[in-house]
Design a protein around this ligand. Sequence first.
Ligand SMILES: [Zn+2]
Length: 100
Amino acid sequence: MNVDYTINDDIVAIKSHSQNAYKEGQLFTCKGLKQSPCNCKTLLVDIGIKAIHHEGICITCNKVFKTNNNWWFNAHLFQKLDNLVQINEVHEILSQTAEV
Ligand SMILES: [Zn+2]
């Protein structure tokens, strides 16, 4: 399964993170993409958030793996910003994130 963005694209979170690392609608730049080191090959994205723990967990098979300083998230929880249909929606998101 692929995503519609690549490195350096502006992306938006389509779902809030379970541990509140980010909120739905928050904007990021895709810093890196890689597959999870387990058999699932889940696509992971680096959005520039530093890891709290140096371990990641695959949400599919629950396998724990070592990470570097970056926190890797499930890439399917983000969407390329260009794909938002309503330009008003983008402005709304931009004004929200500007206050953070
Ligand atoms: Zn897995």
